[in-house]
Design a protein. Structure first.
Length: 284
């Protein structure tokens, strides 16, 4: 029973963190039709923001607040210099953001070097939960990720700004004719999607190796989550992250990591083949 509880908590922690990265992808793709191959590097920038500020003596929790701001501003810069010039050209967006991801990695290597950076756990110790001693900071990760995911949902579905975002997603030309500033919404949407990736990287930085390749480990599962759950849907993102993240965590606890990844990829391929519109739309 203890093992079941431990695996369940690990799976829930991974799913919630993956959800933050996936939500950013869904928002950017759904509104702007941009396939952002540099999204993993935005995740990485969040972690390196924490590492840089910590080295300057800034408390961890202030670093955690600063990371989404820094990465969100970086997202605004990327949107202005790169993304806005390739709207409506999916292949070009893939190539442009792929090149951007390589450039960001090389910049990190030049500034910080290729070696991994270690960040101390800000909440050491464990908490007894259902008879299992579980790392306290992992519970903090779950709480923060769940709160941010809920806040994103409330903004998209329970606010005027969210209504404008959904209007642009549904029909950009009509939204523009009704007075919605679609250009400003594009900037804001890309910045918010980037900030979500950045805060996910910042939250996870004490638990994983902070290095120039860390973004790949979350980018691929996030894309699989988007495809499995369904494009243009926040609920689909939740379902996709739960399916991919939960399956990965459960399998990894019982077999080699490589074998678990192969099974997860096969599962994603089967879902995409038989439910191409995603699980959320496919079973509604």
């Amino acid at each position: 029973m203890d093992i079941v509880v431990l695996i369940g908590l690990d799976a829930f922690s991974y799913v919630l963190t993956l959800l933050l990265v996936t939500l950013g992808l869904v928002i950017i793709y759904g509104m702007m039709n941009v396939i952002n191959m540099a999204h993993g590097e935005l995740f990485m920038l969040g972690a390196y923001t924490v590492a840089t500020l910590l080295a300057s003596g800034v408390p961890f929790w202030i670093c955690l607040l600063a990371a989404p701001i820094v990465v969100g501003l970086a997202g605004l810069l990327v949107e202005e210099l790169v993304i806005r010039h390739v709207y409506g050209r999916p292949i070009d967006t893939i190539l442009a953001t792929w090149g951007l991801s390589i450039a960001i990695k090389q910049m990190i290597i030049i500034v910080f070097g290729p070696a991994a950076v270690s960040i101390a756990n800000p909440v050491p110790g464990s908490v007894s939960l259902m008879g299992v001693d579980y790392p306290a900071y992992r519970l903090v990760i779950m709480a923060l990720a769940a709160a941010l995911a809920l806040a994103t949902y409330l903004v998209i579905y329970r606010s005027t700004t969210g209504l404008q975002i959904r209007a642009v997603i549904s029909n950009r030309a009509m939204a523009g004719s009704l007075g919605v500033n679609t250009r400003r919404m594009d900037r804001a949407t890309f910045a918010v999607g980037s900030a979500l990736a950045g805060v996910a990287g910042a939250i996870m930085s004490p638990m994983i190796s902070v290095d120039p390749q860390m973004g790949v480990g979350f980018l691929i599962p996030a894309f699989l989550s988007v495809l499995v759950g369904g494009l243009n849907s926040l609920i689909g993102a939740v379902i996709g992250a739960g399916t991919i993240g939960g399956t990965t965590s459960i399998l990894s606890a019982n077999m080699a990591q490589a074998d678990a990844q192969i099974i997860v990829f096969l599962l994603a391929i089967m879902i995409i083949r038989f439910v191409p519109q995603g699980l959320w739309k496919g079973f509604r």
